[in-house]
Design a protein around this ligand. Structure first.
Ligand code: NAP
Length: 464
């Protein structure tokens, strides 16, 4: 319930981890009567927890229990199916709230910027992830998995691990999760046998978490194959590991060394980890990808001592059927919200939005999560990050350095514009419905994947 007399009304745009942790920090701020409205352009909450975390990682998805508790706070409201820039504008938020937090993440993908990137068979991992998770924006994608044997996967972060695992996992196991039906059908017909992971730096600098690569090695049908040459740790990396490397870097390096001892393995499917290679061109025939040219790299320390890849002058061409780019998410500009194009973020100083880097602070506007710091870190990273943003918000509240809204509750404006906003109670009914539908199909959840379907079922459940 929003208290029209509340002296601290906050709008948060987005409903993923950053948004919920921001709401939590606000409720824990000690200020009585703070109210928080979460807006999401989708009818469903949870951002990348619903649309990004892999369906076979249900333990990670279980974090929504924490968000449910935050939503149970009496000052909390959810406005799903309300898009900033389409249904409401920044001016509308300014008219109704004392503070506005942007927590809309990074919704697009980074580009490789090499020749042939537009060939058929070249995919963004972000699209694949959204597709197997039933995200409405990505349900239409087609992945030609039934005509492919060898797939290249560029980048070796945890998104690449998710993509590799889904490509190599048993569809029967995935069928028990909340994977989108359309994806399961395609994965059942997949002929992919080999995923070639292309990392531009060495094993010590691999971006995957030790747990994630170990999980692929533990798949019943697949081996992680690393040659001794690829697993080798060069002198620079050894010195860097000793001085600056994190524990996870050392664990990754050790994993690769051990894995190289195991050779090819006996399973039919393979994840081949290549290191110190970087794609320079993609080649095709009749518009369809057939191979990738890769430059061999060596590491050189940059000014800060961090090992960076530099071409050795050697290159090779690897025949492949498909290629997935898993080289990072990227933020997109939102109408009325400052945007820093180079980093793909909302420019800010410790969470306070600025008009441009080094520019004036936009009073009462803040950023949290990936759109604040870029697409890095695990879900929990957003909790600390949100606390940092809320510390600034609280200081500004205490100093009364706020937006001066001319109105209170935004709900009448949404009604006036005939926007069918989804409430938290709507979501709870849909959540129960998706779980029950899933149960009857032998899976954890049957996800609805189009906005129309979602809104139709939400409307039906309202009338029951
Ligand atoms: P990431 O961890 O930043 O990894 C990106 C990878 O792409 C790195 O290997 C990077 O290499 C490489 N790369 C970037 N530009 C490249 C280029 N032009 N050519 C070749 N390689 C390039 O990003 P992510 O995998 O998208 O993950 C985003 C965040 O979500 C991460 O913090 C990740 O841990 C988290 N996440 C966690 C989980 C989980 O816990 N299960 C699952 C998914 C995502 P360099 O290192 O050399 O830059």
């Amino acid at each position: 319930m929003t208290d029209a007399n509340s002296t601290w009304r906050v709008a948060i745009v987005g409903s993923g981890p950053a948004a919920f942790y921001t709401a939590e920090a606000l409720f824990k701020s000690g200020v009585d009567g703070v109210t928080v409205d979460l807006f999401d352009r989708l009818p469903v909450p949870f951002g990348l927890v619903r649309g990004g975390v892999a369906p076979d990682h249900q333990k990670i998805k279980g974090v929504v229990k924490v968000y449910d508790k935050i939503a149970a706070n009496k000052g909390f409201r959810f406005f799903g199916n309300v898009c900033l820039g389409r249904d409401i504008q920044v001016e509308d938020l300014n008219a109704h709230y004392h503070q506005v937090v942007y927590a809309f993440g990074c919704e697009s993908d980074s580009k490789l910027n090499v020749e042939g990137e537009d060939l058929a068979g070249v995919y963004a991992a972000t699209d694949f992830v959204g597709w197997y998770n039933g995200h409405p924006d990505h349900r239409h994608h087609q992945f030609d998995l039934h005509n492919a044997k060898r797939v290249a996967l560029v980048g070796n972060g945890n998104v690449a691990m998710d993509v590799a695992r889904i490509l190599l996992a048993s569809p029967d196991e995935l069928a028990k999760t909340d994977i989108a039906e359309h994806s399961l059908e395609t994965l059942r017909k997949s002929t992919v046998e080999e995923v070639v992971l292309l990392g531009r730096r060495g094993p010590a600098q691999a971006a995957f978490s030790p747990k994630e690569i170990a999980e692929i090695a533990a798949l019943p049908n697949a081996d992680v194959v690393i040659t001794k040459k690829d697993a080798a740790i060069d002198e620079l990396s050894a010195a860097w590991l000793a001085k600056d490397g994190a524990r996870s870097n050392q664990r990754n390096a050790d994993f690769c060394t051990k894995q190289a001892e195991l050779g090819e393995g006996e399973h039919p499917k393979k994840l081949r980890c290549r290191f110190l290679v970087s794609p320079t061109a993609l080649h095709g025939q009749d518009g369809k990808l057939t191979s990738v040219s890769i430059d061999h790299m060596q590491l050189q320390a940059d000014d800060s001592g961090t090992p960076r890849p530099r071409p050795t002058g050697e290159s090779e061409q690897v025949p492949i059927d498909l290629l997935f780019k898993a080289i990072g998410y990227r933020g997109e500009p939102v109408p009325g919200v400052p945007f820093e194009d180079r980093k793909g973020i909302v420019p800010n100083e410790a969470g306070r939005v600025v008009e441009k880097l080094g520019g004036d602070v936009r009073v009462g506007h803040y950023a949290a999560g990936w759109c604040k710091r870029g697409p890095t870190g695990l879900i929990g990273t957003n909790s600390l990050d949100a606390k940092d943003t809320v510390a600034g918000m609280l200081a500004d509240y205490e100093a009364q350095n706020l937006i001066s809204p001319s109105k209170d509750d935004i709900a009448p404006l949404l009604a006036e514009r005939a926007i069918d906003a989804v409430t938290w109670a709507d979501w709870q009914r849909l959540d129960a419905w998706e779980r029950k539908e899933g149960e009857s199909r032998g899976k954890l959840r049957h996800k609805l994947t189009s906005i129309e379907e979602l809104m139709t079922v939400i409307a039906e459940l309202r009338n029951k």
